[in-house]
Design a protein around this ligand. Structure first.
Ligand SMILES: [Zn+2]
Length: 322
């Protein structure tokens, strides 16, 4: 990339060929199922991709245990054809096209870890499901990605996975453990040179913003096609405003986010600035997306950061990693 400073040629024993192609800003997101990324970070991903950042999405499962909204696709579910996972690979690809994100991967490859289903159901115990995975073994797959793309920013869920879904909790564990292991030069040198991600954020939704969104939904009244309205309990990562540290304004990319969410047609029904999951309860679709900085230093002099890369030396570490 022309923006990069002159760096020495890669030596023969260096790993992660492609370092020459790394742009100055690199964002890694770790999510549980196809659709979580568009709902939680769609505007952020579209904005940074449009601005030339490398946006890498790692999705941990194919979402095989999901419900299906369109009746004509109802046969895909786990209790019938059990082909929803393959179908959702296509939905995710279409969503990433809408967001302009070209680097999206499944942890360990597609189908390596199966969707565990909601907490407390029998599929939690199924061998091969993500909930049954050894976090260290799963994290090693992420270490390879971290050392290849050398992100400065990692985005994932809080320790409760935002709302207690086993795959979201496990995605949190794998993301946090993966960051730690990737930074340890003694861990699996065959996976590439150590890389210490300087900033880690957890997704969140400030309570006041959510309440305003629900008020807008109620005000829209009968104009919205959903039979009911969700509550704060249905929304992942709701926190007191005081815990929020960053807000990324993706207003210019609201349409892209809506299109990406609509691409996950088995999971999401989109209507204007609102959407519903398979429970048919309306939710607001904010183009402003919120984060909690849990590792690293805020780049904002005061108040919330507006840019997840704020305060970073964008070229730090690139030479040592080569
Ligand atoms: Zn999910």
């Amino acid at each position: 990339m022309s923006d990069l400073p002159q760096l020495p040629d890669q030596s023969e024993d260096s790993v992660g060929a492609g370092a020459d192609d790394l742009p100055p800003r690199r964002l890694l997101l770790v999510h549980a199922h196809p659709d979580d990324e568009s709902i939680g970070n769609g505007a952020t991903m579209a904005r940074y991709a449009a601005e030339g950042a490398r946006v890498t999405l790692v999705t941990c499962t194919l979402g095989e245990e999901g419900e299906v909204i369109p009746p004509e696709l109802a046969h895909l579910t786990a209790d019938r054809d059990d082909t929803l996972g393959e179908h959702r690979i296509g939905e995710l690809a279409a969503a990433m096209k809408e967001l302009g994100v070209t680097d999206h991967r499944f942890l360990g490859g597609p189908g390596r870890y199966r969707d565990s289903g909601m907490m407390g159901v029998a599929s939690n115990d199924r061998p091969g499901c993500f909930w049954q995975a050894d976090p260290d073994e799963a994290a090693a797959h992420l270490v390879a990605v971290v050392r290849e793309v050398r992100p400065q920013v990692l985005v994932t869920y809080d320790e409760n996975g935002g709302y207690g879904h086993p795959d979201h909790i496990q995605a949190h564990r794998v993301a946090m453990r993966g960051r730690e292991l990737a930074a340890d030069p003694a861990f699996r040198p065959d996976l590439g040179a150590a890389w210490d991600i300087p900033k880690v954020y957890w997704n969140c939704m400030p309570r006041s913003v959510l309440e305003a969104g629900f008020a807008a939904l109620r005000a829209a009244g009968r104009e919205i096609p959903f039979p009911g309205i969700a509550s704060a309990d249905d929304v992942p990562g709701v926190v007191d405003d005081s815990l929020v540290t960053a807000a990324v304004d993706g207003s210019a990319y609201a349409g892209r986010k809506a299109a990406a969410m609509a691409a996950h047609a088995t999971q999401i029904a989109v209507d204007g600035p609102f959407f519903a999951l398979s429970n048919d309860l309306g939710q607001p679709m904010p183009a402003m997306e919120y984060y909690r900085l849990v590792h690293g230093t805020s780049g904002a002099a005061a108040g919330w950061e507006g840019d997840l890369f704020a305060g970073l030396d964008l070229f730090a570490g690139l030479e040592e990693a080569r």
